[in-house]
Design a protein around this ligand. Structure first.
Ligand SMILES: NC(=O)c1ccc[n+]([C@@H]2O[C@H](COP(=O)([O-])OP(=O)(O)OC[C@H]3O[C@@H](n4cnc5c(N)ncnc54)[C@H](OP(=O)(O)O)[C@@H]3O)[C@@H](O)[C@H]2O)c1
Length: 271
């Protein structure tokens, strides 16, 4: 049976927007949590409820959870989808960018989990779904913050899925391969051969939304989507394992460009 209501974070684009469309079309009430208002989106989905909350703002997230609980409007399914990536192919490590990714992709989910699990009203059948990545199993040399955040998120959800076995709380994770969205196209800064390979194995946001919605109807702990991306990540793992330093030369590309542009300019942030 489809859920009565679903909360989705990050519905302004990509997978989140496709989830909003998927559920709204089927008459499911969507609580859409975005960090900014998009009037056109709100006009397009009048049945959805739009909450302006930045997932990094712990107190705002807590207030939202309590408000929903007090109104008896906690949804059956929570899909923690909001996420960012910072392509990191400089030889130097930038802590601020790294932390920004963790604040959104990891703490932006955990900010919901603490108030939710504290609530007595939270008892009842609910699915908590983390949108993670297949990169979790490989490590992405171009996105250390991204890989770290997804690994930690996956570990939390895996642990909770065991801890809450046999209860009505279902912790699930979606291990996504490449999906053609804004995060994905941002990686146009990757070497062309990698972008070409990713294209070959990528999925559409709509197909991804259907896969996530199917998972929410089960008690499975995880799903890999799309399956055809698995060889890509396996090949990447093989390269990293068998060819030490395979990505070394590529890592310095942005650093070289930055130095060539001169002090105070960062081409990676201007593109
Ligand atoms: N695309 C892929 O290849 C791929 C692969 C594996 C996993 N994933 C995961 O899939 C999820 C969705 O990504 P996507 O590919 O659909 O990317 P996307 O099109 O860039 O969508 C990301 C969404 O997250 C929102 N967001 C970012 N920071 C936020 C914050 N602090 N508070 C609230 N919302 C915030 C964005 O809102 P704004 O419009 O305000 O920025 C946007 O709605 C992410 O968790 C991503 O890591 C994607």
């Amino acid at each position: 049976m489809p859920p009565k209501s679903v909360l989705v974070t990050g519905t302004t684009s990509g997978v989140g927007r496709a989830l909003l469309e998927h559920y709204a079309r089927r008459g499911v009430r969507v609580i859409s949590v975005n960090r900014r208002r998009v009037p056109e989106l709100e006009a397009e989905y009048p049945s959805a409820r739009f909450e302006s909350v930045d997932v990094r703002a712990r107190e705002d997230v807590r207030r939202l959870v309590h408000r929903l609980a007090e109104a008896g409007e906690l949804p059956d399914v929570f899909i923690f989808n909001a996420g960012i990536n910072r392509v990191d192919n400089d030889e130097s490590f930038e802590l601020t960018a790294y932390q920004a990714v963790l604040d959104t992709n990891l703490f932006g989910v955990l900010n919901f989990i603490q108030p939710l699990t504290e609530l007595a009203a939270f008892a009842g059948s609910r699915h908590l779904i983390a949108i993670s990545s297949m990169v979790n199993y490989v490590g992405n040399p171009y996105g250390l913050g991204y890989t770290t955040s997804k690994r930690a998120l996956t570990t939390c959800f895996e642990t909770w899925s065991h801890m809450y076995t046999g209860t009505d709380l279902v912790f699930q994770r979606v291990m996504l391969g490449p999906v053609r969205t804004a995060i994905y196209t941002m990686e146009g800064r990757l070497p062309p051969w990698m972008v070409w390979i990713k294209n070959l194995f990528s999925a559409s946001p709509e197909g991804t939304a259907r896969a996530v919605a199917r998972l929410a109807l089960t008690r499975s702990r995880k799903v890999f989507y799309p399956w055809r991306a698995l060889p890509l990540y396996f090949a990447m793992w093989l390269l990293l394992t068998l060819v030490p330093g395979f990505f070394r030369g590529q890592k310095t590309l942005a650093g070289r460009a930055r130095r060539a542009a001169g002090p105070g300019r960062d081409p990676a942030r201007e593109g």
